[in-house]
Design a protein around this ligand. Structure first.
Ligand SMILES: [Zn+2]
Length: 173
């Protein structure tokens, strides 16, 4: 394994890209390590594009034990860029949780509809308007409105497929 120093600003950007966690969606352990996707020994490529955050365990499985496929790692890198641009932090964490649990139904609290707005727009989750807790606001002027405090969502077939592709390192573009 090469142990030369990647420029600090590149390393920081690579760690930031993955939220300082292992970029493998089913792992996501905290890390300060980065790995070369194409081996440094072959390419001497320290570019942002050729680097990815991996935890020590996954780094060893990738670099030394060859248990993690290079094409999959390349796709995790590609998907990170898409996820960061298209979805919020909450949605990205939710995809990870759902990838591990395989749950098809989940409940969110107040403002949950805002937190998953992008994923809903993309058809991954569906609000089936299950009666939940509400917060009634009424004013002197006759204004009265019930604001939902809970939101119940189903993961659609498209959502299941997206999460499967995300978790397995297939292209989510
Ligand atoms: Zn890991």
């Amino acid at each position: 394994m090469s142990r030369h120093a990647v420029p600090a600003e590149v390393k920081r950007a690579v760690l930031d890209e993955a939220g300082h966690r292992c970029a493998i969606p089913t792992c996501r352990a905290t890390t300060t390590e980065i790995a070369h996707i194409a081996p440094w020994a072959d390419t001497h490529d320290d570019s942002f594009e050729n680097l990815i955050a991996l935890c020590p365990n996954c780094h060893t499985r990738f670099d030394q034990k060859k248990e993690i496929d290079r094409l999959a790692v390349r796709m995790y890198k590609h998907n990170l860029g898409i996820l960061n641009n298209r979805y919020g932090e909450f949605e990205r964490r939710l995809f990870e949780v759902l990838a591990k649990s395989n749950e098809r139904v989940f409940v969110l609290g107040a403002a949950g509809d805002l937190l998953v707005a992008n994923a809903i727009k993309d058809g991954f989750f569906e609000d089936k308007h299950v009666e939940g807790m509400g917060f009634l606001v009424s004013g002197d002027n006759g204004f009265s409105k019930n604001f939902p405090m809970t939101f119940t969502y189903w993961v659609t077939d498209a959502g299941v497929e997206f999460i499967r592709r995300f978790a397995s390192g297939a292209d989510i573009a």
